[in-house]
Design a protein around this ligand. Structure first.
Ligand SMILES: [Zn+2]
Length: 747
């Protein structure tokens, strides 16, 4: 064979497959196929389905693509909307190599996202069924023990060069690259150093990809976790692709996880693929810090009457933690109106939540303007706060690598290496210890537990991001929240921390029934979770629990945000694991929006369940703040906000509610909660006890009730935490200025 291209005779028929008009379509890219049998050039159109933002990093293997690519006039207006715009207003001319790189950058077929079915993946051999071809998916995670059905890679049965993993793309596909990763295991090290790629249209005749006159050798992995991209010297249309390992880690076996990059060849007669994605006209792409900021500004510009951007603090490197408020009266707490929050991106590499929260802002704005009754009601009756990126430093790290090459953990932690989801104070053990010591357990406070003293110190390992969120949680009387993560498909509810450090144990709160309801609301409306035929993400089957699980029953996490929110404030919070793939390719974002849209909306609406009202002074009619709202047989109280308004989330039923406040006589009412998502109004009017009463208590040498002390301590500790945060922030700014000064002097 004289041609140095990996080409296929079988694609000849493609020449007649497309009409010429397609070639000038802006949304398509032309690629020339040199057909080895005839050396005639035939033009085909290839639909690039994605709005590519995946910044694929060139590796050694990419050197290979210096061979002639017979690509003609590649125009791609729609594809990289973000690359020219929005770099803080500056237009950066793309370099030649960048241009070529993005042109060749096709989306993943979906081994990681599970868009590729198990039946589409085959292999030459397998060590055992748990290491079968279905496990050869990028970023798949194994269970703790090896040997079950769910191990961390495909592993061949033999250590020779005749082993292969094969993917059937089903459609004719322009293959552009392979992403390779080693085996996920805590027990062994296995990865592939080099490999060849073969292509076929019938899975019988195979052609090896060539680099010039030689078979192309792609560089694979140097460790088990980092994905490495191999770019095909010549993008080639075929249906089947094989990865054929040549060398591997000397003490290991032939194991790999992979993703295939390819653009589906567009058949103009087939309209089925037009259905993919979403009808909502939203900005579906990955937004880095600057793009996110710009995007949020554009939403406030479009909907100035119902939006407001504010910041709650800064990350370690000084990136701002932006929040979008959406409400009919932005900037104001309205009496009786509950406050909701979504927090995303606590783990920076779990990027889907961030984009869904950005989608949600834009959606609420657009639908409100259109007069969508459901959205108008939600925005009018609720004050919504959206924090798309709690850990922007981590996100930027993952973003640099892109959706396919960030791996499983890069960008998860804060800049200082802190896992923010175990960085909150562990109040569970404080409460449980107090209960154990107490003679009368019912006297121990079951809510509003103060931050422990050690946590407020300057040298406490508390990240600036966590500090910012704690202050935010105290400033706003949040009622309901969800913490958006990724990498699984399940909704978990508190407690996350188990009693007595058990690694795994169901640890319900006093509000277990309502938390299970909240988790169910999200899980049962998420289109992927709700699909009974879905396959499990990695190694745990959450479908047996209807896709919800108690956090402690999953794995214990002391110091989680959910637990802190419940123990320190009035706010109920669950964790949503949004997708198997932590960082889906941009082309998956429209479908992920559709998967989660109803869930995100219906979850917010749950804030209007249970009872709510205002606690007032009988004489002055003024609201009473910090009044305790106690529901009989519910071992978790909540407190009224500054204006005396309160919200108590409850399932339908009849409740005996007692409200009391410092200096007032308690008051009792029976409140009925119906099935509709509409809170029952239960107002309370309290009569002041003579001020004398407290004085008498003191005069008699009696103890002031524990709860008053607790409240004062809680306020004191927060003041201390804020003071140390301020000192730390000032110090960091000083250090940075000093560094810059030195740098300037040095230069
Ligand atoms: Zn996470």
């Amino acid at each position: 064979m004289e041609k140095s291209l990996c080409t296929l005779a079988a694609v000849i028929f493609l020449g007649g497959f497309f009409d010429a008009a397609q070639l000038t379509d802006d949304t398509t890219t032309e690629v020339h196929l040199l057909l080895n049998s005839t050396s005639t050039a035939a033009s085909v159109t290839v639909q690039l389905q994605h709005h590519s933002t995946a910044k694929t990093t060139p590796t050694a293997a990419q050197k290979l693509h210096t061979t002639a690519v017979t690509t003609k006039k590649l125009h791609r207006k729609n594809i990289s909307r973000d690359s020219e715009e929005e770099n803080n207003g500056e237009k950066k001319p793309a370099s030649k190599t960048d241009e070529k790189k993005t042109q060749l950058d096709c989306p993943p077929l979906g081994l990681e996202s599970l868009r590729v079915d198990d039946s589409q993946i085959r292999a030459s051999s397998s060590q055992r069924s748990g290491l079968g071809p279905h496990r050869g998916r990028l970023n798949i995670q194994s269970g703790i023990s090896d040997g079950d059905l769910y191990d961390g890679a495909w592993c061949a049965a033999y250590k020779d060069q005749n082993q292969w993993l094969e993917v059937d793309a089903i459609y004719l596909t322009l293959f552009t690259g392979v992403v390779l990763q080693g085996k996920n295991s805590i027990w062994s090290w296995d990865w592939v150093h080099t490999y060849k790629v073969q292509l076929s249209n019938d899975s019988v005749t195979w052609k090896t990809c060539m680099n010039g006159t030689e078979e192309a050798i792609f560089e694979g992995n140097q460790n088990a976790w980092s994905p490495v991209l191999g770019v095909l010297p010549v993008p080639t249309v075929a249906r089947f692709i094989r990865i054929n390992p040549q060398t591997w880690y000397i003490n290991g076996t032939v194991c790999l996880r992979a993703e295939i990059l390819g653009c589906r060849v567009h058949d103009p007669g087939d309209s089925s693929e037009q259905d993919l994605g979403s009808k909502d006209p939203l900005d579906f792409r990955h937004h880095n810090y600057n793009e996110m900021r710009k995007f949020m500004k554009s939403v406030t510009k479009e909907c100035p009457d119902i939006t407001r951007i504010y910041t709650i603090g800064k990350s370690y490197t000084g990136l701002k933690l932006y929040v979008m408020e959406i409400s009919d009266n932005p900037g104001k707490h309205e009496l009786g109106e509950p406050e909701f929050r979504y927090v995303a991106g606590m783990h920076g590499n779990e990027a889907l939540g961030r984009e869904l929260v950005l989608n949600l802002m834009q959606y609420l704005c657009k639908e409100y303007k259109k007069g969508n009754q459901r959205v108008v009601r939600l925005v009018t009756d609720t004050r919504i706060h959206l924090l798309p990126s709690m850990n922007p430093d981590g996100y930027e790290e993952a973003y640099k690598k892109g959706s396919e090459l960030a791996g499983w953990a890069e960008g998860r932690y804060s800049f200082e290496g802190i896992d923010l989801n175990s960085n909150f104070p562990d109040l569970n053990n404080i409460m449980w210890d107090a209960e154990e010591m107490a003679i009368d357990k019912s006297k121990v406070s079951n809510h509003y537990i103060p931050i422990p003293e050690y946590y407020t110190q300057e040298d406490a390992m508390v990240s600036p991001e966590t500090r910012a969120v704690i202050s935010w949680m105290e400033d706003i009387p949040f009622v309901l929240s969800a913490n958006l993560h990724g990498g699984e498909l399940v909704v978990s509810y508190p407690f996350d921390c188990t009693v007595g450090w058990a690694p795994q144990e169901d640890t319900p709160t006093a509000d277990n029934a309502f938390f299970r309801w909240l988790a169910t609301v999200y899980a049962s409306t998420n289109l992927v979770m709700a699909n009974p035929n879905r396959r499990l993400c990695h190694h745990e089957d959450f479908q047996v629990h209807n896709n919800i699980i108690n956090g402690g029953a999953w794995h214990t996490v002391p110091g989680s945000m959910n637990d802190f929110s419940y123990m320190h404030t009035n706010c109920f919070e669950v964790t949503v694991e949004l997708s198997c793939d932590k960082y889906p390719h941009a082309s998956e974002l429209p479908i992920e929006w559709e998967n989660n849209k109803e869930s995100l909306l219906v979850y917010m609406e749950q804030i209007h369940r249970g009872i709510k009202g205002v606690v007032r002074d009988k004489m002055t009619k003024q609201g009473i703040s910090d009044a305790v709202i106690k529901v009989e047989d519910h071992d978790h109280d909540i407190r009224s906000a500054v204006d005396g308004d309160y919200w108590r989330l409850l399932n339908p039923g009849e409740y005996k509610v007692v409200v009391w406040a410092e200096g007032y006589f308690p008051s009792m009412r029976r409140c009925h909660v119906g099935m509709q998502p509409r809170a029952t109004i239960c107002d309370f009017t309290l009569t002041k006890t003579p001020l004398q009463r407290l004085k008498e208590i003191r005069a008699k040498g009696l103890k002031i009730p524990q709860d008053f002390l607790q409240l004062r301590l809680r306020a004191l500790r927060l003041r201390k935490l804020r003071a140390t945060t301020k000192v730390l922030n000032q110090r960091r700014v000083g250090q940075r200025m000093l560094q810059e000064e030195r740098k300037a002097r040095g230069a």
